[in-house]
Design a protein around this ligand. Sequence first.
Ligand SMILES: Nc1ncnc2c1ncn2[C@@H]1O[C@H](COP(=O)(O)OP(=O)(O)O)[C@@H](O)[C@H]1O
Ligand SMILES: [Mg+2]
Length: 378
Amino acid sequence: MRVESLSLQNFRNYERLTLSCPDFLNVFIGQNAQGKTNLLETMIVLATGRSLRAARDAEMVRWGAEEAHVSADIARELGPVRIEMRLRAGVGKRVLVNGNPLRRLADLFGYLNVVSFTPDDLQLVKGSPSYRRQFLDYEIAQVSPAYRDHLVRYNRVLKQRNSLLRAIADGEASPAALEPWEPQLVEHGSRVIVKRAEMIASLSPLASEIHRRITQGSERLTLEYRPFFLAEDEPVEEGLQDLDHIRLRFVEKLHRLRRAEIQRGTSLVGPQRDDVLFKVNGVDARIFGSQGQQRTTVLSCKLAEIRYMEEQVGEPPVLLLDDVMSELDASRRSFLVGEVQDRVQTFITSAYAGDLGESLLARARLFHIRQGQVYTPG
Ligand SMILES: Nc1ncnc2c1ncn2[C@@H]1O[C@H](COP(=O)(O)OP(=O)(O)O)[C@@H](O)[C@H]1O
Ligand SMILES: [Mg+2]
């Protein structure tokens, strides 16, 4: 799929912009704080309904303006799609797809798919487990409505259960009040876990193959999903994609930790405690990997995400590379470009054109960004 044009009105530091970008490779050069990330953010919001960095819609509305409008024309194999969105403080987003209003924001998923790669993603291997869970959720949510649904419901139950556990710890509620929540917690939580296990099972060989090519056969990468019920030194078991098995493991852990949960006043079980392990040549890359190995691992995973999404939706997603090229050396950069070339529409931002390499620049459509305005050179 390709984003053929974008339009922004009162979005962040853009007063008004109409951008035509029919090419596969688009490069945006601009100094700090000129609007590079803001521009890519529009595509993330149009794809998923939310920003990775704005907690509230109001943050994305240009200061002093009442509302923001963003829209995109997307070329897809099944035909063109037009998404239009209005953001306004205090009211939900209003979204039109091909002119028809969406009833729920959740219905937005699936019209535009994006994979984004920013310097923050370099935390994927060595950062806290929350980065890895976000990686899973972000990816799976774009391709599976059922997953999104279970995740939203799970989080709702978890929140209620946590406030109940706090009340019990404070002596304001009885432990018996927990029981009615358990079937839902286990049900939605187990479905989230099974889907994550399936995703990692698909992603691992894809990432492994890419990693092997980047390292010219010298390193072997594997991804291992670690659901919450596995103890740190416990080996992964069979059956992580078997719903009945997961339900049993969930319930078992729930009973085992009940007393501790009441004491601590918070949930100690559930997929909010899952993790993913990256192993390079059989050892944990988080602990033993060099910085170079960790970077290659992240790059392999990002490129594998593209393949995974392509398998799931039938055509490649759009790739957003925000300020990340300067973090990669020339050989990783050229591998990346070769992998997506003429196949995956790519938007690259950078402060310096020099960080991109001449061969890439020679093939790209070049834009300059200054204070929320986009210029084409020449
Ligand atoms: N709601 C907003 N209204 C106006 N300007 C904004 C808003 N949100 C952020 N900005 C401005 O956008 C600029 C940052 O843009 P960004 O895309 O992050 O820059 P970069 O080019 O470094 O990626 C900053 O100058 C910031 O003040
Ligand atoms: Mg930026």
